[in-house]
Design a protein around this ligand. Structure first.
Ligand code: 15L
Length: 265
């Protein structure tokens, strides 16, 4: 029988791509979101509505699972008050549930949809590794940096294995010049998730969620340790036009760095 996975944020764009793709690979899925799953349930999947800010609901959701793919929460820049519940409480509840498994069960591995907005305030073209200091471009990116740091602590202190996918721009195809660096094809996203699930041991790992783009800014990470080998390259879509204002074009985080930026103009 395939591994039992919890997928939060199942009704979002990436969740709706991953759910049938993982079911087709033989995984059993417990899908969750605060809104209904809009598609027919894939084979071997069930749906469990849950609010990530509700610790008890998250604990029930994770009971007995082998791994959790935590893609839930707010996925764009928003004011602090809107980020704190779904993102900060959410990822905390996921890790707290993971470190206290049911009797007779092992701690599930946590695979966290982190983001390039953890480092969005580096200038475009700056080559980064995952060892470089955080430079988040807003509260959303800050919530993702918190999730990564929480994962570090949860492995060091409690032994919860976790992999953080620092996703660039996960899209069917790149649509603007920035994506020549940041694009993650959906096929590579699936490769990345499966590598994170199937690696024999991960400890605490951070992997850039990016394709093998010739123009990528992101290099050193734990990809080799988990066996992630991207296959796609945005270069075949070049040239693509620039979008947005001067700040959007200056920083790796693009429009997230420009949003509500009092230095603008
Ligand atoms: C993200 O983290 C967002 O969830 C997504 O909507 C995109 O904006 C992406 O980053 C990106 O930076 O392109």
């Amino acid at each position: 029988m395939g591994k039992l996975l919890v997928l939060t944020g199942a009704s979002g764009t990436l969740g709706r791509f991953l759910a049938p793709a993982l079911a087709a690979q033989g995984y059993r899925l417990r899908l969750s979101d605060i809104v209904a799953f809009p598609d027919p349930l894939p084979e071997g999947a069930s749906f469990h509505p849950a609010d990530l800010a509700d610790a008890g609901a998250v604990a029930d959701l994770l009971a007995g699972c082998d791994a959790v793919l935590h893609f839930g929460g707010i996925s764009v820049e928003k004011p602090w008050a809107q980020i704190v519940g779904p993102n900060l409480l959410g990822v905390t509840h996921i890790f707290e549930a993971a470190r206290t498994p049911l009797p007779g069960h092992r701690m599930p591995r946590v695979i966290f949809a982190s983001s390039n907005h953890t480092i969005g305030f580096y200038e475009r073209g700056t080559v980064l590794s995952t060892d470089d200091p955080y430079r988040t471009d807003g509260y959303y990116g800050l919530s993702k940096a918190y999730g990564e740091l929480l994962g570090r602590m949860m492995f060091d202190k409690h032994g919860v294995e976790n992999v953080h996918l620092r996703i660039g721009s996960a899209l069917p195809a790149p649509t603007e010049a920035r994506h020549l660096a940041t694009w993650l094809s959906l096929a590579d996203l699936l490769r990345l998730v499966i590598a994170a699930l199937e690696a024999a041991q991960t400890g605490h790992a951070i992997v850039w969620g990016v394709s093998a783009n010739q123009g990528r800014w992101w290099q050193g990470d734990d990809a080799a340790r988990i066996g992630y080998v991207p296959q796609d390259d945005a270069a075949r879509f070049a040239p693509l036009s620039e979008r947005g204002d001067a700040l959007t074009r200056q920083y790796q985080g693009g429009s997230f760095a420009a949003q509500d930026n009092s230095r603008a103009g």
